[in-house]
Design a protein around this ligand. Structure first.
Ligand code: ADP
Ligand code: MG
Length: 695
């Protein structure tokens, strides 16, 4: 193998390549543009485009694509060859114009009513803050995607806008602390990705996995995850080979894949990268998910990114680690050594506390999806109730501050300077609670509610904006204060007082917490359908429009897309179940029942006891009728859902009625499955899927 450091990022048109390949003046002008957020001139774009093309062609690329992240949550690309006609031949060409702007047809992407088919023009605009890269002999240029009238049609644009909003407010705060050297504050993100691997041949025999990414039927196998023998277990050689290959491909793309391990459920695994700026982390996570699927199939496996591929064992989530970092390399959520640093840390910390408390709804909404409904509130993922874990020490300090009391953890002598007494504490001491949806883990927050298939763009857009909003308020208050330290103390104390209800260090999975949370007045929206509908509440429109993150039109369209997607996913799942039931499952049960009936009658003819065959046959007969009846109810429910014209009501109907009918159908089928010989059952069973990677 090539040396890792040399191989890392070889397929990325990153800073060092640019420095080498661009004329010095162009490189400097390009960097200036990035630093100051101004748009690029055509001249610079032409030079960059040509250098990019030469580099890509040397590496074997023949095509380029504007790579973007539409509202489908996955990435989109349309490949164009680099060729231009010359005489009777062609030359390879790529202009600044082609680099800066593309014009894909926007009508076939979800737009929530912004784009009608007859005015389908959409634009992709180069995002020079994300590096271009080569994938499948194609130069991929990260872009934002918007409509002809300028509305964002993608997940990336609002994320970039939210980063700007956060930057603007965080800089104001830093100035107040005399931090003038800092020019930019950037949110940092590390997204831990969970996934399942199953044998590809078995995967191909399950229509539910093919159409929906998760199993819709399946009786429980004798063994699941109860022995805890998979978590951090020794990697099977086939899985290990996959991970090595995956790391290699990701490293070439500049994705700093760092940690690979087995997760709690059989066949479940996780990958964690090293964190980077929020927009690049978003690109990286999209690439990671794409590569996982591709490389799995290269190894004869299928990678399942769905939130709940199997009932009865853990589902998959994505942990979004988030912090803020200055361009001078300081992590703003790192508790510092000196009192003044601590005051600054405490201010940023309390800003996040207030933001999370005030915007529980938005955090819940950005973790909402049909798939994630199977996790949130189940005993494996944080509940749908948002709360924050700070750990005992930090909570103790905040509570002492609030009460203007002494904090017993530190000597009294330091108390009289008020806020400036934050002690150093070992950062790895803080993360003892895995049940919290939003945990402080030493020098960053870990938002644990996201589903495994999510783009991290949405949740980080929310995080950046809600924190920016509080910081703005803090800055307004502190900038006008005559006594900065006094005002700071009061602000921190009042904030803790008003928002401490959101802090909970106990077990989030317990029943008591649900009751207590209700008493505390915390929000509890167990169903995504209910949560999503609140996206356009007036408070949220005010928040996002004020910070220039979404326009009202964009928000309405996004709400519509989320609700529509929710309904569509449940519809596809319901139809898949019906298809499987009528084509394979009922015929399968009937076949075996017929055999039993035949055997019984032969036995009866020759005077042998046929009671077992009769008993089994009767049981299966009942179950097949049940499957048939429950299929009819489900079909009816799906048809009734079509009658709803108000999306919000339709989504609610899907959640309450269609979903319930799906569960009832599943129950009958799962009862029948263990009664039928495995080789006569139409699909590979849970045991073989979950334990399919044996070597
Ligand atoms: P854990 O806390 O889950 O045991 P780590 O501390 O190693 O594990 O971090 C988990 C993830 O958090 C990694 O992807 C890591 O890169 C990321 N991370 C660490 N520091 C930061 C930070 N300052 N901002 C954002 N993400 C971070
Ligand atoms: Mg984690």
């Amino acid at each position: 193998m090539e040396k890792l450091p040399e191989m890392f990022g070889t397929n990325v048109f990153g800073d060092s390549v640019m420095q080498k390949r661009l004329p010095h003046d162009t490189y400097k002008a390009f960097k200036r543009t990035l630093a100051q957020g101004e748009s690029l001139t055509r001249e610079i774009a032409d030079v960059v485009a040509s250098a990019m093309k030469d580099w890509a062609v040397e590496k074997g690329a023949t095509h380029y694509t504007h790579w973007f992240q539409p509202m489908t949550g996955i990435t989109a690309e349309k490949h164009d060859a680099f060729i231009s006609p010359v005489g009777d031949g062609v030359i390879m060409e790529f202009s600044g114009k082609e680099l800066i702007r593309g014009e894909p047809d926007a009508s076939s992407f979800p737009s929530g009513g912004i784009r009608a088919t007859f005015e389908a023009r959409g634009y992709t605009a180069w995002d020079p803050t994300s590096y271009a890269f080569i994938k499948d002999a194609t130069l991929c240029i990260p872009t934002a995607f918007c409509s002809y009238t300028g509305e964002a049609l993608d997940k990336k644009t609002p994320l970039l806008r939210s980063m700007q909003a956060l930057n603007a407010q965080a800089i104001r705060i830093l100035k107040l602390f005399g931090n003038d050297a800092v020019k930019r504050v950037i949110p940092t993100v590390g997204a831990e990705q969970e996934y399942f691997l199953v044998d590809l041949d078995l995967f191909k025999r399950r229509p539910d996995l093919i159409y929906t990414g998760r199993t819709l039927f399946g009786a429980q196998p004798p063994k699941g995850q109860e022995l805890d023998d998979h978590y951090f277990g020794v990697l099977k050689p086939r899985v290990s080979a996959f991970m090595k290959d995956l790391d290699l491909e990701l490293w070439k793309l500049g994705v700093p894949a760092k940690t690979e391990h087995n997760e709690a459920a059989p066949a479940q695994h996780e990958l964690a990268p090293i964190f980077t700026s929020a927009n690049i982390a978003t690109d990286h996570n999209q690439l990671t998910m794409e590569m996982m699927k591709k490389i799995a199939s290269r190894h004869g496996m299928a990678c399942l990114l769905s939130e709940k591929p199997f009932n009865g064992v853990n589902g998959s989530g994505k942990h979004n680690n988030w912090s803020m970092c200055t361009d001078t390399g300081v992590n703003l959520l790192e508790p510092g050594a000196s009192p003044i640093e601590n005051a600054q840390f405490l201010l940023f910390l309390t800003a996040v506390i207030r933001a999370v408390d005030e915007h529980q709804d938005l955090l819940r909404i950005c973790a909402a999806s049909a798939g994630n409904d199977h996790r949130l509130g189940g005993n494996e993922a944080p509940p749908a109730i948002i709360s924050m874990f700070l750990g005992d020490e930090l909570t103790g300090i905040l509570s002492a501050l609030e009460k203007e009391d002494e904090y017993s953890g530190i000597p009294k002598r330091e108390m009289n300077i008020g806020v400036n007494f934050m002690p150093r504490f070992p950062s790895d001491n803080t993360d003892r609670n895995r049940t919290s949806p939003f945990a402080f883990t030493g020098n960053k927050f870990e938002f644990r509610m996201l589903g495994s298939s999510f783009s991290v763009a949405g949740p980080n857009t929310v995080l950046n904006t809600i924190v920016a909003d509080v910081l703005e308020d803090f800055a307004n208050e502190l900038e006008k204060a005559r006594n900065f330290t006094g005002a700071l103390n009061t602000l921190i104390r009042d904030t803790i007082r008003e928002h401490k209800r959101i802090i909970f260090n106990g077990n989030n999975y317990s029943r008591e917490w649900v009751d207590e949370a209700r008493e505390r007045g915390l929000l509890d929206w167990p169903s995504s359908a209910e949560a999503i509908a609140h996206f356009t509440d007036e408070k949220n429109i005010r928040l996002f429009t004020r910070h220039g993150v979404y326009t009202e039109v964009e928000m309405k369209s996004r709400r519509e897309i989320m609700l529509e997607t929710y309904c569509k996913i449940l519809r596809i799942e319901a139809l898949t179940m019906l298809d499987m039931a009528s084509r394979d499952i009922i015929p399968g049960i009937l076949n075996y029942s017929a055999k039993l009936a035949g055997d019984a009658s032969i036995k009866a003819q020759i005077g042998i006891d046929d009671s077992l065959e009769r008993k089994l046959c009767a049981r299966l007969s009942k179950l097949s009728s049940c499957v048939d009846e429950k299929s009819d109810s489900l079909r009816l429910a799906v048809e009734s859902a079509n009658e709803y014209t108000v999306l919000e009501e339709k989504a609610k109907f899907y959640r309450e009625r269609v979903f319930a009918a799906m569960n009832e159908l599943r129950e009958c089928v799962d009862m029948a499955e263990p009664l039928v010989p495995a080789k006569l059952w139409p699909y590979p069973n849970y045991g073989s899927l979950l334990f399919s990677i044996s070597d």
